[in-house]
Design a protein around this ligand. Sequence first.
Ligand code: HEC
Length: 154
Amino acid sequence: MKYKVVLAVCIVAITTAALAQIKPEDQIKFRQSGYTFMAWNMGKIKNQVVEHPETYNKEQVIAAANVIAAISSSGMGALFSPESATGKGWKETRVKPEFFQQPDEVKKHAMALNKEAKALVQVADSGDIGAIKTQFTKVFDACKGCHDNFRTKD
Ligand code: HEC
């Protein structure tokens, strides 16, 4: 019994420490990875429902939508400590200073993506290509809305 309690305490301590200690450089890497992975999955959906509907595969589109919904609701805000406002992850960060000055605005964009991505999962499940296309555009607009305000241009 005592053992179990000690073990549980250790696990909590380790997890908390691991969370608290993500180096700024790693935060930038992780968020760049998350966004890039979402973009890959957006590309799959775009390819199958917009550009080449003849290649449409319901299961693949559902899987891609689920990835986007999961990443967008994974708490990526934790990867934006003030120390990570500048610096290099896989590449130089493109986050704008405004991201850290307007947290409420950022949150609005993050929640918009969350909502639209969840809706995309539902629509993907219906298998209605036209509806998926419409919802895909809404997700894309949610990505773009944040980028226009909080990401520097290439
Ligand atoms: C809440 C704001 C926000 C939302 C919503 C958002 N992004 Fe981003 N995105 C950013 C920021 C900030 C960066 C810059 C990250 C950095 O370089 O540190 C970024 C970077 C990127 C990058 C470049 C990654 C790299 O390696 O440089 C891609 C690709 C990307 N986002 C795709 C997406 C896609 C696709 C979506 C929607 C499914 C999305 N983003 C939604 C804020 C957002």
